[in-house]
Design a protein around this ligand. Structure first.
Ligand code: IVH
Length: 692
């Protein structure tokens, strides 16, 4: 065989062995044989540098590790956990083990976060860290000692000098700290969320590929052969178990294990709690289901453990799951599904937003069919292609979004997406403003924008026209009955009747005539809304409910506001140069002037008496929740202020809450409001809204 043919054969062989090793995880040659082939290949390339092409296996960084991880047999099986999906399951678990052993009845329970990371097993000989392994199959793991050494949270020597006196100040320790000569502890290695975000940001800035989630990043960095790479990743850990000990005494209760490990200098969760009964343990677990975003890491649940480890051990296990503990799982928030297509929506201001059309998938109990893709740059940056498997996240009340494509699942049939050059609603060319990511449809007559405009005009914080749903709006626009928002006030009963579709009827029996009459009544009622609501409804860029109230209070009517200059507007607190410019621009447009004229003619022209402080309805239909201590108003005072202006005060935050009024030392209501997207205001803003 000539050298060239030998070279080609070698290349082919090395490629194949790489594939068997890395992809199939089923090598057919020993490391030694592989190295021989690779060295022969390198030697030929050194002689014939002109033969080397980019597809040679030698050209791939770290073609194949020169060594594999050694195997480590664990001193005791590294167990897993059975899952409970909700309180019912957890109670059923408890009932099962109670029947097996009546000591369970009085058992204390420890609740700990279940961190979504990589389980690691750390060996200490006479207090020195000597070996670290992955869990592997529970019997045998991989020796990743060199990588784990780079994790600063792992003590290289225990106990950390002088630590004994610093911990347990408030809870005097009763441990016998005679350190076992061989101590094996288990913990979870992970990357905290914030560090993960920062890492991805850095990678993005350097033009490198970003990671999908903290778990895979941590696991990947620990299970590759370059400790320098592990060191460059912000991996940390929390420990929770003593797997094995020899030549020393260790606690026999989980709660004390946590304290003991902490006293030795290990990082231990500060979220763990001990309870006397299951109900309290479940209640605590559920608070973390709601508050999981407050944890600095991804937790996929809480672990409920029987505190008495002797009792727990006596209960035995089912397969690899110990009976003495259960994983109370939170609903999953990240799933993969297929990206079927990308729709483009046109917003009120003409911004085009891409929306993912997904193969339906359940995330945390909700069926998700769409997800946001933020903007067109995002699609390109993440290299999201149509047909990709994508990782979708749905957390709290946030709209589901696509984290990124699962590139390993690509088949080669995925299509790169090209953003539209024309508005999908009106067909006009789209425009891109210098320095902005957004693409706009600048056609003022674009029907899609008009639909969004009207939707906003009739929405709850604006003119609040009950019964004017999107379907009716679309029909009215299609039929040419509504060309701008002012046309709403001159609609006839017939116009509405024609637009009422089956979908608008609450029941089959509800006659369209009744829907039309109700809607006409709602329109008539809305024409009396106060000035701040009308200003909000106009949808001026940057003017929300709070600025609208400021403007109403300052100018008293739309005539005065429409003549205000940028300078004058900026005198008002809370109105910056951009909003001021936006307002002047809005009133300067001919189309808008026409709308104003029509509104005036229709009698929709509220004025605001700046001096007025007696009973009024500036807060009509608004619902407030108050939390914390306000600067000047007492609880009664704030209630009176809201109610005397037509508003309502309720105790708990829901989707129906218009505002949360925030004072000092707020309770959990703030979080609830934020998660539901309820606007949060202070006393000052409340007073402005009320017009006092
Ligand atoms: S206890 C007998 N406690 O969850 C001990 N596991 O689904 C069994 N995990 O493989 C494990 N945090 O990697 C336990 N506080 C915690 C945990 C925890 C995370 C992981 C662990 C385990 C998996 C079980």
């Amino acid at each position: 065989m000539d050298t060239k043919s030998r070279y080609e054969t070698l290349k082919q062989q090395v490629h194949e062995h790489n594939y068997r090793y890395h992809v199939l995880d089923a090598p057919v040659v020993s490391d030694l044989e592989y190295d021989r082939l690779l060295n022969e290949l390198k030697a030929i390339e050194a002689e014939h540098t002109d033969w080397v092409t980019p597809d040679s296996p030698t050209q791939r960084a770290g073609a194949r590790p020169s060594e594999r991880f050694e195997k480590v047999r664990h001193p005791r099986p590294i167990l897993s956990l059975a899952n409970a999906f909700g309180a019912e399951d957890a109670r059923a678990w408890f009932e099962r083990v109670r029947k097996l052993d009546d000591r369970v009845e009085r058992a204390k329970l420890v609740v700990e976060p279940k961190i979504d990371g990589l389980s690691v097993v750390l060996h200490y000989r006479d207090g020195v860290f000597v070996q670290g392994a992955t869990r592997g199959d529970g019997e045998v793991g991989e020796d990743i000692t060199s990588n784990l050494r780079t994790v600063r949270a792992i003590p290289l020597r225990i106990p950390v000098a002088g630590l004994r006196s610093k911990v347990d100040d408030d809870r005097p320790s009763t441990f016998d700290l005679r350190l076992p000569s061989h101590l094996v502890v288990r913990g979870e290695a992970f990357i905290p969320n914030q560090d993960f975000e920062e890492l991805n940001q850095k990678l993005a800035e350097a033009g490198e590929k970003t990671y999908l989630n903290p778990r895979n990043t941590a696991a990947g960095a620990l299970r590759q052969l370059d400790p320098a790479l592990t060191a460059s990743r912000p991996i940390t850990l929390l420990v929770y178990q003593i797997v094995y000990s020899e030549g020393g005494v260790v606690p026999t209760r989980q709660w004390e294990i946590l304290e003991y490990l902490k006293a030795l200098g290990f990082p231990v969760t500060d979220v763990a709690m001990r309870f006397d009964d299951l109900d309290s343990a479940i209640a605590y677990t559920e608070t973390w289901n709601e508050g999981r975003d407050r944890l600095p890491y991804e937790a996929d649940g809480m672990v409920i453990k029987i505190d008495d480890l002797t009792l727990a051990a006596d209960l035995g296990f089912v397969g690899k799951d110990p009976r003495g503990a259960i994983a109370f799982k939170f609903p999953a928030r990240e799933v993969t599904t297929s990206l079927l297509g990308i729709d483009v929506e046109v917003g009120r201001t003409g911004v085009l937003t891409p929306k993912a059309v997904l193969e339906a998938v359940e995330i945390g109990g909700v069926v998700v069919r769409n997800a946001t893709l933020h903007n067109f740059d995002y699609i390109a940056e993440k290299d999201i292609r149509i047909g990709d498997r994508v990782l979708v996240k749905r957390a709290g009340e946030v709209i589901p979004y696509i984290i990124g494509p699962v590139t390993d699942a690509r088949m080669g049939t995925e299509q790169v997406y090209t953003p539209p050059t024309h508005c999908p609603a009106c067909g006009q060319p789209v425009e891109h403003l210098e320095g902005e990511v957004a693409w706009y449809c600048v056609n003022a007559a674009c029907p899609a924008q008009l639909v969004r405009n009207v939707e906003h005009f009739v929405s709850r914080g604006a003119m609040d026209i009950v019964g004017m749903g999107t379907k009716i709006v679309e029909k009215l626009i299609e039929a040419g009955k509504v060309e701008d928002v002012a046309d709403i006030f001159t609609l006839s009963r017939e116009d509405i009747l024609e637009a009422v579709t089956k979908k608008d009827r609450k029941t089959e029996k509800e006659p369209p005539g009744k829907i039309a009459d109700n809607l006409l009544a709602a329109i008539a009622e809305s024409s009396k809304r106060p000035l701040n609501r009308l200003i909000t409804a106009l949808g001026i860029h940057g003017v929300g409910e709070v600025s609208a109230a400021d403007l109403a209070g300052h100018f008293g009517n739309l005539d005065a506001l429409s003549q205000a200059s940028v300078d004058e507007l900026q005198q008002i607190e809370g109105i910056g140069p951009n909003i001021a410019a936006g307002i002047v621009d809005w009133f300067g447009r001919e189309a808008n002037q026409k709308v104003l004229k029509k509104l005036k003619k229709a009698g929709v022209w509220p004025t605001f008496n700046v001096q007025r402080s007696t009973l009024n309805d500036s807060l009509a239909r608004l619902t407030f929740v108050v939390t914390g201590t306000l600067p000047t108003l007492t609880r009664e005072g704030v209630k009176e202020l809201i109610e005397s202006n037509g508003g309502k005060v309720t105790d708990s935050v829901s989707r129906k809450t218009s505002y949360l009024v925030l004072g000092e030392n707020p309770g959990s209501k703030l979080e609830k409001a934020q998660s539901l997207g309820v606007p949060v205001i202070g006393e000052e803003e409340l007073k402005k809204l009320a017009g006092v």
